[in-house]
Ligand binder design. Structure first.
Ligand SMILES: NC(=O)C1=CN([C@@H]2O[C@H](COP(=O)(O)OP(=O)(O)OC[C@H]3O[C@@H](n4cnc5c(N)ncnc54)[C@H](OP(=O)(O)O)[C@@H]3O)[C@@H](O)[C@H]2O)C=CC1
Length: 441
């Protein structure tokens, strides 16, 4: 039966609960505040910033000391709060945090956040959500916006054999210091893997990067301009799809890097638009220096050595698994909702259809900037929660989820890392259209 999803206007006297005060939680708080929707925000750590607060005491930041965001300044910020020109093209995590702090201060959301407060459990109860905090306090809310991040719970790989050295996930990697004079093997070829290999290789005895399917390595600059600015310029000027734009960017990248196989980085079998972008200006020259050597996937661990699928064997002291992250919600019963690798069922990437009043914020991985995209999500949610935008029926939502998931399966290579992938432009346009029409369908 096609039942309408219960609207968010039930129990409007109750406030909305936001879980997490990272870039998504703060954007959600600001958007609700602007629409006059009452809310309370809980954050386990002692300050805002989430991922972008290096060594965050909430334990959720995977930032390493050398991290610089791979979206350039002009494309990065919230639309109504541009990043000042004195910041560099690619902000460090310290600078992203500084920007988030000034945003939260400017829009006066700090006073709505209760820090050092863990949300223990959330559960639907009589058309409301019952939220249990770490100290046992229970409160009812009309809705819960989950903004607890998706880059903090390590997804680790299992390899045959045994290893005598140290193994860690990239989440725990902070600086290159502990790896000085060691034989380091970094697993993966996403942005964490490449950044970490580039970071450790100058001081390490040897640095290997192991990949099972390789990636097209995109430089950060083309003719002195950040690559993402060149890409948005081309897409806008010639009105091209993301797929077409990325194919053009691949050709431009060739003018910068040449043939990556010359540097030992295998040519991927898949087309560039079927993967998440791996950006690095340094990887290719560092391979050219012999500081980093790229190897295929691990075949087996041999105590002090590692054997790769090309049958070569190398001495290894440390394995750093930059193998990505699982999406988890420690406060939500998995029988109610969970994100499995490669499978997430959310209408407009935010709403579990059968859990009225529950909304996910920032659960997207765009090729392009996350912060401005989450800002659009936040405005969309505020519009729904204030009653300005209405939701469609359950069957319409289910159809939309199916169409989206089919598209993701068709477009991207079959890997868990594409579970949350979205196309920035089409998704942002879709949400804006919903808000303009007042009906989210
Ligand atoms: N500077 C920046 O702005 C940075 C941004 N990021 C972003 O954070 C997000 C997470 O990035 P990241 O941490 O790199 O994780 P990703 O999920 O993007 O990449 C994981 C990598 O590990 C590989 N991998 C996963 N499982 C296995 C396995 N069992 N065996 C072998 N290889 C495996 C994947 O290969 P396969 O493709 O074959 O699955 C992939 O190469 C991304 O959105 C990224 O863009 C991250 C770091 C820096």
């Amino acid at each position: 039966m096609d039942t309408a999803r219960p609207g968010p206007n039930a129990n409007t006297l109750l406030p909305v609960c936001i879980i997490g005060a990272g870039s998504s939680g703060v954007a959600a708080a600001k958007a609700l505040k602007e629409k006059g929707v009452a809310f309370e925000c809980y954050e386990i750590g002692s300050n805002i910033g989430g991922m972008w607060r290096y060594q965050n005491d909430n334990g959720r930041s995977s930032a390493y000391r050398s991290l610089h965001i791979d979206t350039s300044r002009k494309n990065l910020g919230y639309s109504d709060f541009p990043i000042p020109d004195h910041y560099p093209d690619f902000l460090s995590h310290f600078e992203v945090l500084e920007y988030l702090e000034s945003y939260a201060k400017h829009f006066e959301v700090m006073e709505h956040i209760q820090f050092k407060t863990r949300v223990e459990r959330i559960e639907p109860k009589d058309d409301t959500w019952l939220v249990t905090l770490g100290d046992g306090t229970q409160k009812r809310y009309r809705a819960v916006l989950v903004a607890n991040g998706h880059l903090w719970d390590p997804r680790t790989a299992q390899f045959d054999g045994h290893f005598n050295g140290e193994q860690l996930h990239s989440h725990y990697y902070k600086t290159s210091e502990p790896f000085k004079d060691k034989n380091v093997l970094v697993v993966g070829i996403g942005n964490s893997a490449v950044d970490i290999a580039v970071d450790v290789c100058k001081g390490a005895k040897s640095t290997l990067l192991s990949t099972r399917r390789s990636a097209w390595i995109m430089p950060k600059y083309f003719m002195g301009y950040p690559m993402d600015q060149v890409s948005s310029y081309i897409a806008r000027t010639f009105r091209l799809s993301t797929r077409r734009t990325r194919s053009i960017m691949q050709r431009l990248a060739y003018l910068v890097t040449g043939d990556q196989t010359r540097f030992g980085i295998p040519r991927p079998k898949h087309e560039i638009w079927r993967e998440h972008a791996t950006l690095s200006q340094e990887l290719i020259p560092y391979c050219g220096h012999g500081w980093i050597r790229v190897k295929p996937n691990i075949k087996q661990l041999l105590g002090t050595h590692v054997q790769f699928e090309d049958e070569t064997t190398e001495p290894v002291d440390v394995i750093i698994q930059a193998t990505g992250y699982k999406t988890t919600f420690p406060f939500l019963d998995r029988s109610l909702f969970e994100v499995k690798d490669g499978k997430v069922e959310l209408y407009r990437r935010m709403l579990p259809v059968d859990l009225p009043g529950l909304y996910m914020v920032g659960l997207v991985q765009p090729i392009g900037p996350t912060i401005p995209l989450v800002e659009v999500q936040a405005r969309w949610l505020a519009s729904v929660l204030s009653g300005e935008t209405t939701l469609p029926s359950r069957s319409v939502m289910q159809e939309e989820i199916k169409t989206h998931n089919d598209e993701i399966a068709r477009q991207y290579v079959g890997s868990a890392r594409y579970t949350l992938e979205v196309d920035f432009r089409t998704y942002a346009k879709q949400l804006s259209r919903d808000m303009q029409s007042g009906v989210a369908k």
